[in-house]
Write a protein that binds this ligand. Structure first.
Ligand SMILES: *Cc1c(COP(=O)(O)O)cnc(C)c1O
Length: 462
């Protein structure tokens, strides 16, 4: 060893090797959670960041640093939250919550091989649609049914199967855009159809449809306006009149119901929303609607209607690209089964349960929660109970608001307060309006979990 080396060796700290650090007891819990490779990666970064410093060997500081660095990798990206926005079917928060029966069916299908496309009686190949189409036929009165990934896929598939290379007539007042870049004209183009717009934004007459029919017309389409309503001097053509015209011309009449529902919402004191059965009874040939909106099931696009048309739709090669997997089919079948007993839906289906909750029940819950909330807030904000109006969401009944009660918070730094609630172990998502943070309690079912984490709220006193 030269003199220079000795001098270096005396003054420079030699850090432990990354492999040795990985055996430090302080790192054991992180290795258990994240696995050794990720921890070794974090340790390299730690050693690099503290190069030449003696405290690289501080086990506790190192474990804390590595835990923070890996936190985004060890916490799931898609997490459970409390949806207290007042929108029951919130698309950004995952829409419908499944019934326990549907969850159980999905879990079983995830764990085990199933009869997805297998006919037990003959030991031969079956059709995956056979699990849900008998239920859909029974619940809508349609001759046949199929299902795909979501309603957008259903519309795409139906248009492609019935009208590719030809014209489809739609009223201008129904050329809607719903969230996530679903625009009827774009879907129409991607399906390979030519859109023929008739009427004006506010008024479309039967004669407008009639005048647009030509040798290239393949279908007439109706679209539920979902997320908006036109008021005032308006006119749209009732299904019955369109049915007569379509029949006379031998054209299929398609309707995109959007949310659609299989139950009469008036049973629970809610405003009327068109049911799939009504559309079929009115004579619509093919009806599409969503599985995870008012129906309260998994994401899916349901297609019901005339047997010959559904057969063409199910034979289209796009069906293979858009089909449902066994897990969602299991959940969908279990959800549809619940509709056989409408009297118990409000008890078993979370979507209906939330929508049917009486305002007084919600107010009582708000009163139960207020003292605990006030304690958690300290002097950071004032809290009270206020009547609010929520909505169904996902395009159902946009103008009808659900009378509800909310915990209402006011104070300086409202955004910071909302942020503190989002940093809780189960993030709480509310709605800010009029300088107030509202937690609409209509959709708070797990009250115990909400209360249990309030003492962890990290707010600055105002
Ligand atoms: C919601 C909606 C769709 C899209 O349904 P997804 O299931 O989200 O794909 C299509 N059309 C209308 C009218 C809708 O309201």
């Amino acid at each position: 060893m030269s003199r220079a080396d000795r001098a270096e060796g005396a003054s420079t700290f030699r850090p432990p090797s990354v492999d040795r650090m990985a055996n430090w007891p302080a790192l054991a819990p992180l290795i258990e959670r994240a696995g050794r490779p990720l921890v070794v990666e974090a340790l390299r970064a730690w050693a690099e960041a503290r190069r030449g410093m003696a405290d690289v060997a501080d086990e506790t500081a190192c474990a804390r640093w590595c835990t923070a660095r890996l936190s985004s990798l060890v916490t799931p990206s898609q997490r459970r939250v409390f949806n207290l926005t007042g929108t029951v079917l919130h698309t950004n928060l995952g829409r419908a919550l499944l019934a326990e029966e549907a969850i159980e069916a999905a879990v079983t299908a995830m764990r085990s091989p199933t009869t997805l496309e297998y006919d037990l009686s003959g030991g031969a190949r079956g059709d995956r649609d056979d699990h849900i189409s008998p239920w859909l036929r029974r619940l809508t009165g349609a001759e046949a049914a199929t299902a795909v990934n979501n309603n957008a896929a259903a519309v795409l598939l139906v248009l492609n199967a019935l009208a590719a290379g030809r014209e489809v007539i739609v009223s201008r007042g129904e050329l809607i855009e719903i969230g996530g870049a679903f625009r009827i004209p774009d879907i129409m183009a991607r399906a390979g159809c030519r859109l023929v717009e008739v009427g004006t934004t506010n008024r479309t007459h039967l004669k407008d449809y009639a005048a647009a029919i030509g040798p290239d017309t393949a279908a007439i389409m109706k679209v539920h306006p979902s997320n908006y309503a036109i008021e005032g001097f308006t006119k749209s053509v009732p299904a019955a009149e369109l049915v007569a015209l379509a029949r006379e011309k031998g054209l299929p009449l398609i309707e995109d119901l959007g949310s659609g529902t299989l139950a009469d919402l008036e049973t629970w004191g809610l405003p009327h929303e068109p049911t799939a059965r009504e559309a079929i009874e009115a004579g619509i040939d093919v009806v599409t609607f969503s599985g995870d909106k008012l129906l309260g099931g998994p994401q899916a696009g349901l297609v019901v209607g005339r047997k010959d048309l559904i057969e063409r739709i199910a034979r289209n090669p796009m069906k293979r690209a858009l089909r449902l997997d066994k897990v969602r089919l299991a959940a969908l079948e279990a959800t549809l089964r619940l509709y056989a007993d409408p009297g118990r839906l409000a008890e078993r289906l979370p979507t209906i349960r939330s929508l049917a909750r009486p305002a007084e029940d919600i107010r009582a819950q708000a009163e139960r929660l207020l003292p605990t909330l006030r304690k958690a807030l300290g002097s950071a904000a004032e809290a009270g109970i206020e009547p609010v109006r929520g909505q169904i969401g996902s395009g159902a009944l946009p103008v009808d608001l659900l009378a509800s009660f909310a915990l209402a918070m006011r104070g300086k730094g409202l955004d910071g307060l909302a942020d503190a609630f989002r940093r809780l172990p189960i993030p709480v998502i509310g709605r800010i309006a009029d300088d107030t943070l509202y937690f609409d309690l209509r959709t708070l079912d797990d009250e115990a979990a909400f209360v249990a984490q309030l003492d962890q709220l990290d707010v600055v006193a105002g």
